[in-house]
Design a protein. Sequence first.
Length: 93
Amino acid sequence: MDDTILPQRRPPQAWAAVAVCAGFLCYSAWVMRSQTTPEGFLARNGIIFLGIAMTVWATANLLAPTSRFKSWLRVVWWACIALSFVSQYLRTH
């Protein structure tokens, strides 16, 4: 084993980011459930899509750069961001 090559380890800040994003997802689910009552599915669940996008992005940063699962998480991230923007538009108009 070559001692000059260190194994790839994720910093503790990466795990903290996942924990914060998961907390935001739980908080946004609570807000959606008890605080808001707009019409329509997208307008009502836009904050949930934003929480999912944040959690997915933080989780994808923990994976190896060559992971095939990471590319699928990026697709989910883009879809959730787009749905969040659409829901914000629907909510304001």
